[in-house]
Design a protein around this ligand. Structure first.
Ligand code: ADP
Length: 851
């Protein structure tokens, strides 16, 4: 403690003028500094000073409002306390200020004011002799009885407190160890006294006088404590609490009427209670909250449950029990918004408008949940966002991919440490209204685990009959979700649990054709990317042929996400060129080699590259716009990723192209077969599912039974195709699991090619399920498959006859570029797959020619 140090204070001291508090020697005080003079003192003396002496300042109490001391220095109190600045903390909020931690050393008297600005400095005279305190208990006898009496009262007071509290025990020890002379100042600063009383003690320079003045204060505190303890006892409250004696507390009429400290601690709890009472939560929730707040009031803050309960109550207050946005649905406006935001997807937009119209007429949200199913990047999420926009509702996306714990949906019970509400309630808290549009993204990727089935939890959320009283485990009271508009998205319906699928109305969102992609790129993606990169159409031009180039040679996808990324890459590259001012008017890529020197010259001549403004000048027209042609494309995106490889792979018998559907859209699939000497075994590779394996067996059986008809023979010329022959069928890409019946016709064609030695036409792709009798049955995903074939540059597509109706969905430009063969039996398939047909006669001729 400062009183223990024997330092001599400097004769000139900078003065800190305080208004509200009084610092006594031997005590420590935190004071806020925001008046100009005091701020100056902190800045130029405390923050700049390096010696210990520079941290000693004079604290003058009772100065009239220090904020108004800009011009004239107010009258200063005669006596102050020399203090050691222990800590300075600066902050800018709500206004610039410092918080100082100062420890009082000794009294001083202002002899003369030496300067007033920027902060006052005075010549001072030290009043308390610090060394006097440290030199043993010499003065004890001099003060005699007075000091003894004071000591006794002090001991009595401290012993009335709870000695089990470490701070109290320490205080008790200090009473014995500190020099008696220091006690009046120290005790005055810790018992409840007014500033005026403290000021009187500060002014009492003579020790005797100081003792005399502090004894009544001690006695008053002791009496107050006694009274308090009595009232507590009478309440039979045996809960022993420490009554902290703090400075600056007013004691009304000499006794402590209220346990102020406790009240202060519970101030924010009271605020919380007020918020709960004024919030619009349901009756049931209110009841629970009031019960919890009652518990909270009784709980010590140090208990972990205190924080838990508080968090819970704060969440309850924050939840939008009754807060909603006003729907402003106007079907015509909705149509315009949807059309403006999205090109094509007519079927989806039509269905969404119908849905919205019904909602408008019925004025409630009961009914199936819309579920957009389609490959990634086809705009499912962004349509969801547009729906929120048309309705004027808040939008919130809940990603469900990989969620395998039902508490992710329904929350954890509050008994767990770290428990929290589920994503639905969290989402509501985030949007702050009870009628947002919630997009449940990727419902097909929900997983099951030991922690329960999240799909089952979602059922409750989505069921209009139940969701008006959705109970999150964390909240443990019902919350009405009936106003929330749920929309789900998925890549496939196959993995959506049937019960969940039953609650939803599936709207298929197929992939885009190349023409649609070009339009989407030019109407939406390119303008968006330009804005994102701070470019203007005057700076960059991407012609449609370039976009087509990106689509066919750099992406192979159903949606437009990769296309968007590639366009982003182009914009980034152009942004660099624009910023550098180093580009050629038409073909920026060629600047690299031969013409690179020209470019350099150009820069050094016209500008200093270091200066931003100069380089910016270079970026101005007339060199604009930068045209992105194929050369530029290669330069920026690298060599094309997809070349037309189809014809190369079909240059030997035993290969056919099938069409497959995957959650990522349609795909073309090469089926390869080879035969070798063996014992009639069939080997299948490429991670095939059971259904696909069965298709392979079916295909072989059909070919074996029709071998004579088509003149198919094995290597030794026998019509029994498996005689001394093994067959190996492979489906690339080997790492991806494949299943489904639709490869049936492809396998037949591939094997027919193998055994006939004829090549399958290189521009034909096919899909269709087969039967043992050689019939071709319809399959799904026709639009995606056709688009994939079109993307891959194939020309003829063999489809099951009964899939004819699906062709209507395919855009006319694509249809015109393709020829479709509708087959109802395998004869027709084979005829269409081979040049010149595969009829019995044809094969005979072929066989003859081979012979
Ligand atoms: P999904 O949810 O189907 O995976 P997103 O909604 O995230 O796809 O779409 C990816 C990007 O493609 C978004 O930036 C979206 O705006 C854009 N997009 C997709 N389809 C269209 C379209 N028909 N018109 C305009 N932009 C589209």
């Amino acid at each position: 403690m400062a009183a223990g140090s024997a330092i001599q204070i400097p004769s000139r001291l900078p003065l800190l003028l305080t208004h509200e508090s009084v610092l006594l020697p031997g005590s420590t005080m935190r004071t806020s500094v925001d008046s100009p003079r005091n701020m100056q003192l902190v800045r130029s003396r405390l923050l700049k000073g390096t010696s210990l002496r520079s941290t000693i300042i004079g604290v003058i109490p009772n100065t009239s409002d220090p904020t108004s001391d800009c011009d004239d220095l107010p009258n200063l109190h005669r006596i102050g306390t020399a203090a050691l600045a222990v800590q300075v903390v600066g902050s800018n909020w709500p206004k610039p200020h410092y918080t100082l931690l100062v420890t009082g050393l000794c009294r001083f008297q202002v002899l003369q004011l030496l300067k007033e600005k920027p902060y006052p400095v005075a010549e001072v005279q030290q009043l308390d002799r610090l060394e006097q305190f440290t030199n043993g208990h010499k003065s004890e006898e001099e003060l005699g009885e007075l000091s003894e009496q004071f000591y006794k009262y002090a001991v009595q007071l401290v012993e009335m407190l709870d000695m089990s509290v470490p701070a109290v025990a320490k205080l008790r020890r200090l009473l014995d160890n500190l020099p008696r002379e220091a006690l009046p100042d120290i005790l005055t600063s810790i018992i409840r006294t007014t500033n005026q009383e403290k000021l009187q003690i500060l002014d009492a320079v003579r020790l005797e006088e100081r003792f005399k003045m502090t004894i009544p204060l001690l006695v008053r505190q002791i009496e107050g404590l006694k009274l308090l303890q009595k009232t507590r006892k009478s309440k039979q409250d045996d809960d022993k609490r420490v009554v902290a004696i703090r400075p600056n507390r007013r004691i009304s009429h000499g006794s402590i009427t209220e346990d102020e400290e406790e009240e202060e601690d519970h101030d924010d709890v009271v605020m919380l209670e007020k918020k709960i009472r004024t919030s619009s939560m349901s009756e049931q929730a209110l009841k629970v909250c009031l019960k919890e707040i009652k518990r909270l009031k009784k709980m010590p803050q140090s208990m972990p449950e205190y924080a838990l309960t508080r968090n819970y109550l704060e969440l309850m207050v924050e939840l939008p029990w009754n807060k909603s946005t006003k729907d402003r649905l106007e079907i015509r406006a909705a149509r315009i918004v949807l059309d403006n935001d999205h090109y094509a997807m007519e079927k989806l937009k039509k269905r969404v408008l119908e849905y919205l119209a019904v909602r408008q007429l019925k004025n409630n949200l009961k009914g199936p949940i819309l579920c957009f199913v389609g490959p990634p990047g086809v705009g499912k999420t962004s349509v969801g966002r547009s729906i929120a926009k048309t309705l004027g509702r808040e939008f919130h996306r809940i990603a469900l991919g990989g969620v395998c714990d039902q508490s992710d949906i329904r929350g954890h019970r509050r008994t767990y440490v770290g428990s929290m509400p589920g994503r639905i309630i969290n989402g509501l808290k985030t949007v702050g209204v009870n009628n947002p549009v919630f997009l449940l993204d990727e419902v097909d990727k929900l997983a099951k685990s030991l922690q329960g089935d999240p799909a089952a939890a979602l059922l409750e959320v989505l069921d209009p009959e139940q969701n008006h009283s959705f109970t999150d485990h964390y909240l443990n009271v019902a919350f009405d979700l009936s106003q929330v508009l749920f929309i789900a998205t998925a890549n496939t319906t196959a993995t959506i649990p049937p019960a969940l699928l039953d609650r939803m109305e599936v709207i298929q969102v197929p992939g885009y054709t190349q023409e649609e992609k070009i339009e989407i790129a030019h109407r939406h993606l390119i303008p968006k990317q330009l804005e994102l990169h701070g470019l203007t159409p005057q700076q960059i031009q991407i012609p449609q042929v370039t976009t087509l180039g990106i689509i066919t040679r750099y992406t192979r996808e159903a949606g437009v996400r990769a296309l968007d990324r590639k366009l982003g890459a182009i914009c980034r590259a152009v942004a660099v060129k624009v910023a550098e001012g180093q580009h050629k008017e038409a073909k920026p890529d060629r600047a690299e080699l031969g013409e690179g020197e020209d470019c350099k010259e150009h820069v050094t001549e016209d500008a200093k590259p270091e200066s931003i403004s100069d380089t910016a000048d270079l970026a101005l027209p007339p060199e604009m716009p930068i045209l992105i042609d194929f050369h530029a494309l290669k330069d920026i995106l690298g060599p094309p990723m997809y070349d037309m490889e189809v014809s190369e792979r079909l240059n030997q018998p035993g290969v056919a192209i099938g069409l497959a559907w995957t959650p990522l859209g349609g795909e073309i699939m090469f089926v390869e077969a080879s035969r070798m000497e063996g014992e009639g075994q069939l080997t299948l590779t490429g991670q095939l599912g059971d259904v696909m394996k069965e298709s392979a067996h079916l295909a072989i059986s059909w070919l074996r039974s029709n071998a004579k008809r088509y003149q198919l023979t094995n290597a030794s010329g026998s019509f029994d195709l498996l005689d001394n022959t093994d067959i190996h069928l492979h489906f690339p890409a080997g790492a991806v699991t494949k299943d489904g019946p639709s490869a049936g016709v492809t396998i037949v064609t591939c094997l027919a090619s193998l055994f006939s030695g004829r090549l399958v036409c290189s521009d034909v792709a096919m899909t269709g399920e087969i039967t043992l009798r050689g019939l071709v049955l319809p399959v799904g995903g026709i639009k995606d498959k056709v688009l994939a074939a079109h993307r891959a540059g194939l020309k003829r597509i063999i489809l099951p006859q009964r899939n004819e109706k699906d062709l209507e969905e395919i855009a006319a430009p694509v249809r015109q570029e393709l020829s479709f063969v509708l087959a109802s039996c395998l004869d027709q398939v084979l005829n269409a797959a081979f040049d010149g047909g595969f009829a019995v006669k044809a094969s005979l001729e072929h066989l003859n020619s081979k012979l």
